[in-house]
Ligand binder design. Structure first.
Ligand code: HSE
Length: 300
């Protein structure tokens, strides 16, 4: 018996919503195949597409950890599960690579066991996987990968995730400069205290972004993405960030910020054509710096 599951790449934070907002992308993601085996324990027999970077030890691997937590919760530590992980997206890119693997693994094993858990109930297991990768629990990538679409994480324990609507003409541009940033590091550099006036502006933006999605108000989406707190600290790790952001806005994008913990940037646009223009404007800024990158356009 075997189940193969897919979980998508995701954009977390979406500008103003550090650790609470996220959405799924349509093209990239990971596959995990879970198979029952006779020997007890969780074994990761193969990982492809990671260039040998990820640990095969289930206790140290995000996918393995989420499955171990799931089995532990069921008191089924004596059954045997083999996992094969196919990475189809870059690691350390800010596109939720660890979440994609841990969500696909938990989903596949839950199916294999005839669904003892509902979809929301899987979230805490996948967040355990994220903990291993970043050192702190955050559920914005995992919830977007698990539920799809645009989500807001109210709490991950207990799982309380709100699915948000997306306007039909909303497109996302991703620019992935070929450098690697570890989420663990880009969380460590954040300031622990936030000035009250910045907090006020940030929660005003989160509220108005959520309202804009419901109202299908594209201009308001653009006016709400602004992140006062995280982006100024992290953007220094991304070469050409300010120029790419300006280029996206000049090309007509509604707004642009860091995807998750970076180095990828995302820009939101009304219409696919504008999303394409943003991609080439942003990309040409990286070319001027002699940096390699990949781009991607996805509906939201
Ligand atoms: N919300 C998390 C962070 C996402 O920004 O650290 C990590 O991809």
């Amino acid at each position: 018996q075997s189940v193969k599951a897919f979980a998508p790449a995701t954009v977390a934070n979406v500008g103003c919503g550090f650790d609470v907002l996220g959405f799924a992308l349509h093209k990239l993601g990971d596959f995990v195949t879970a198979t029952m085996m006779d020997t007890p324990g969780v074994r990761i027999s193969r990982i492809t597409g990671d260039g040998g970077m990820l640990p095969l030890d289930a206790e140290k691997n995000t996918a393995g950890l989420s499955v171990l937590k799931l089995l532990n919760e069921l008191g089924m530590n004596d059954i045997g599960i083999d996992l094969v992980i196919e990475k189809k997206m870059p690691l350390g890119s800010g596109l939720g690579s660890s979440a994609a693997s841990s969500v696909a693994a938990a989903y596949a094993v839950n199916k294999l066991l005839e669904e003892p858990f509902s979809l929301p109930e899987l979230l805490p297991f996948t967040v355990e996987g994220e903990m291993a990768a970043s050192g702190t629990p955050h559920a914005d990538n995992a919830a977007a990968a698990l539920f799809g679409g645009f989500i807001l994480v109210k709490t991950h324990l207990p799982p309380d995730v709100i699915s948000l609507p997306t306007p039909p003409d909303l497109f996302c541009t991703i620019i992935h400069p070929k450098i690697e940033i570890q989420t663990r590091h880009s969380r460590q550099i954040l300031k622990k205290d936030v000035a009250l006036e910045k907090a006020v502006s940030q929660w005003a933006n989160v509220g108005s972004l959520v309202a804009a999605l419901f109202k299908e108000d594209y201009d308001l989406i653009g006016r709400s993405l602004h992140d006062e707190i995280i982006e100024p600290v992290r953007s220094v790790l991304i070469p050409g960030f300010d120029r790419m952001k300006l280029a996206a806005e000049e090309a007509g994008a509604l707004g642009c910020s860091i995807s998750g913990s970076g180095p990828s940037l995302f820009a939101l646009s009304r219409g696919k054509e504008t999303a394409r223009k943003a991609a080439s404007a942003m990309g040409s800024e990286l070319q001027k710096l002699g940096l390699e990158y990949n781009d991607l356009i996805s509906s939201v």
